[in-house]
Design a protein around this ligand. Structure first.
Ligand SMILES: [Fe+2]
Length: 399
């Protein structure tokens, strides 16, 4: 049996001094009580104010009404057959957190009223009712909910603002990094242009190193460092005098000493740029050799950063398969033989093995297609997966 009852206040303005409700023109109240007398009393009490009241005899019926209609507040008796007032409160709190809830208790049930408030009721009303107390309590409950909504909305707005500002900062940071990358890309190109006999060397070793890193796998977090380290490895040569850098004949010992300085000069140039710290290490160690025979520090094996050990293989591959003033480019097989023989001696065995796993034609395709891939695009890619799509090697080369 449904026992809903509805009353609407005819004059809202006349109630302003008493309840001072400013939330909405009409406050929608759901009164839940199995006692018809108490439902009637509350309905009449509220009918003089700006309230639209509906009544319900059970908790089950109340939940059904809440499903179908919008309310601002529920006033529920504690003791009812079926769903008790406390159970109804728990359900309402779960389903309608913004709905105000007043629990009706007997005079000797103050502790239960307090318990109801601990479970989420906004207040409790003692029987018998006093109209001023009821309206005051109702008013406070609605104001509390209004404030909670405002705080919630403010927090949401704040989160939006923080998210927006974070995004702006990230964009600004990315733009700054991009500016660095553009500058460094130009510097790498300048190295290639200046070092005439090895034209395109930086670009090729950069791509060869990427292919090797992709083949080895598990290096996503080092990819940018390896990429930038390979691209800028000879940046220190900008400080090497032309008479030495471009000398057609063999270098004297003092000239070699000057030439070897480019590793540390390059490192000093790059190390102060925070996001290039990993690349700087590769610039410094790109002439180190696995057996300790390299320079400038004579590091050996795992003392050499892994990116530099990968680079050593890429560098040898390019040096042997490129034209030189004193000889024509050697076939790829010659480079394979040297790298295979040098595994564990000059070259890291893992990097050498990765090189040998890559099909020969992949290296030729990369060498021919270098002009199609911009270093900045590879750096922006960030992951090996995206990098793989950028590289010109066929998909099976990563096996
Ligand atoms: Fe170098």
């Amino acid at each position: 049996m449904t026992a809903t009852h509805q009353t609407v206040a005819p004059e809202i303005a006349s109630q302003a001094p008493r309840d001072n409700l400013t939330l909405s023109p009409v406050v929608r109240v759901l009164i839940v009580d199995d006692d018809p007398a108490l439902r009637k009393i509350l309905s009449v009490m509220l009918s003089a104010g700006a309230f639209l009241c509906r009544t319900s005899t059970t908790g089950e019926e109340a939940l059904a009404l809440l499903e179908r209609h919008a309310f601002d507040i529920v006033i529920s008796d504690l003791h009812m057959p079926g769903i008790s007032g406390m159970d109804l409160l728990i359900e309402v709190r779960q389903r309608y957190p913004n709905l105000a809830f007043l629990m009706v208790t007997g005079e000797d049930e103050t502790r239960i009223g307090v318990r109801a408030m601990q479970l989420g009721a906004d207040d409790y009303l003692l029987k018998p009712f006093d109209v001023d107390v009821v309206l005051g309590s109702l008013h406070r409950a609605l104001q509390k909910k209004k404030l909670e909504r405002e705080v919630h909305e403010y927090r949401l707005h704040l989160e939006e603002m923080v998210s927006e500002r974070t995004q702006q900062l990230q964009t600004a940071l990315r733009q700054t990094e991009r500016s660095y990358e553009d500058t460094l890309e130009a510097l790498g190109a300048a190295i290639d242009l200046r070092d005439g006999p090895t034209a395109g060397h930086s670009r090729r070793v950069f791509l060869y190193s990427m292919e090797l890193a992709k083949t080895i796998g598990g290096l996503d977090h080092q990819m940018r460092s390896i990429a930038m380290g390979a691209w800028l490895h000879d940046i220190g040569k900008l400080a090497t005098p032309d008479r030495i850098l471009l000398k057609p004949g063999p270098l004297t010992d003092p000239e070699w000493e000057i030439m070897r300085r480019h590793a540390r000069i390059g490192y000093d140039l790059v190390k102060s740029i925070s996001f290039l710290a990993g690349a700087a290490e590769i610039v410094l160690t790109h002439h180190e050799r696995f057996d300790g025979s390299g320079y400038p520090q004579g590091l050996r094996a795992e003392e050499i950063p892994f990116g530099a050990r990968i680079f050593a293989v890429a560098d040898t591959l390019d040096a042997m398969t490129s034209d030189r003033p004193y000889r024509a480019a050697l076939p790829l097989q010659a480079a394979r033989d040297v790298i295979e023989r040098g595994a564990g001696i000059l070259f890291d065995p893992l990097a050498a093995a990765a090189f040998l796993r890559v099909p020969k034609e992949t290296w030729s395709i990369i060498a021919r297609g270098t002009a199609a891939v911009e270093p900045s695009a590879v750096l922006a890619a960030g992951t090996i997966r995206v990098l793989g799509a950028l590289l010109v090697s066929p998909p099976d080369s990563a096996q």
